[in-house]
Design a protein around this ligand. Structure first.
Ligand code: NAD
Length: 246
């Protein structure tokens, strides 16, 4: 479904990002995989390349640092000279009640989840505008749509991702560049392990399908949005939540 396309996926060393690079490579995409930790994706990229016969290149940068993002795109241009798909997946969680939120954490969470999404999108859009096509997929969250007690900072940053997505979709539609968001519910990754047991149980109980989502569930939605199957879909926020909010 993605044969010959080049896809950049941020935060690809675990969880949803890891599932996205695996799924995309299986469907023929050349992968540009991002992580902050140097060498952490060297082995994965070598394996993807030999298993699926695709290009797979690690690019190490912090999405919240505009200078690092700029340098990373100089590297990406050397690797591929083009970009067909961007998945802004890197994200950090914060579970503090309002009275406990520290300014440094607000900076960090918005820095990665919201500002990082904008920084990476800026450079990706330049490459895509040259090609007059592309698909950008931003990871929001169900709490960005509906809020959640104890997650003012996180849900605020994920609500920002929705505004960013819709505005960029309006701005880029005439270049044939689509911008959509995925709003996962409760997905079985390291991120949800930091939740207090009672919060975990409360969220699990709200899942109508009675199971946690898997990283693969989210990756399959990203595959649809990355592929030409969704060529007339833009500016949308697609829930992948097992019916958490119906
Ligand atoms: P995770 O914590 O397992 O993975 C997050 C990834 O982002 C990690 O690889 C981490 O190293 C990377 N990352 C963090 N800060 C970074 C930075 N500054 N630069 C580059 N990479 C950075 O979490 P996950 O569950 O796989 O989450 C993936 C995305 O999905 C996140 O944006 C998250 O907010 C969103 N999401 C997850 C859930 C869930 O239930 N797991 C629900 C809704 C939304």
């Amino acid at each position: 479904m993605l044969t010959g396309k080049y896809a950049l996926v941020t935060g690809a060393n675990r969880g949803i990002g890891k599932a996205v690079v695996e799924t995309f490579a299986r469907h023929g995409a050349n992968i540009i995989a991002n992580s902050r930790t140097v060498r952490s994706l060297d082995e994965t990229c070598a394996r993807l390349s030999s298993e699926y016969k695709v290009g797979a290149h690690p690019v190490y940068f912090d999405v919240s640092d505009p200078q690092q993002v700029k340098q990373a795109f100089q590297e990406i241009v050397k690797i591929s000279r083009r970009l067909d798909v961007l998945v802004n997946n890197a994200g950090v969680l914060d579970n503090n009640l309002l009275g406990m939120i520290k300014p440094e954490l607000v900076q960090e969470v918005f820095g990665v989840n919201a500002f990082g999404t904008i920084y990476v999108m800026q450079y990706a859009a330049r490459l895509m505008i040259k090609m007059q096509r592309g698909s950008i997929i931003n990871l929001s969250s169900i709490v960005g749509l509906f809020g959640n007690a104890g997650q003012v900072t996180y849900s605020g940053s994920k609500a920002a991702v929705i505004g960013i997505t819709r505005s960029a979709a309006k701005e880029l539609a005439s270049y044939n560049i689509r911008v959509n968001a995925i709003a996962p519910g409760f997905i079985d990754t390291d991120m949800i392990k930091s939740l207090a047991p009672e919060k975990y149980a409360e969220r699990f109980d709200s899942i109508k399908m009675n199971r946690l989502g898997t990283p693969g569930d989210v990756a399959n939605c990203a595959l649809f949005l990355a592929s030409d199957l969704s060529e007339y879909v833009t500016g949308q926020v697609i829930g992948v939540d097992g019916g958490m909010v119906i």
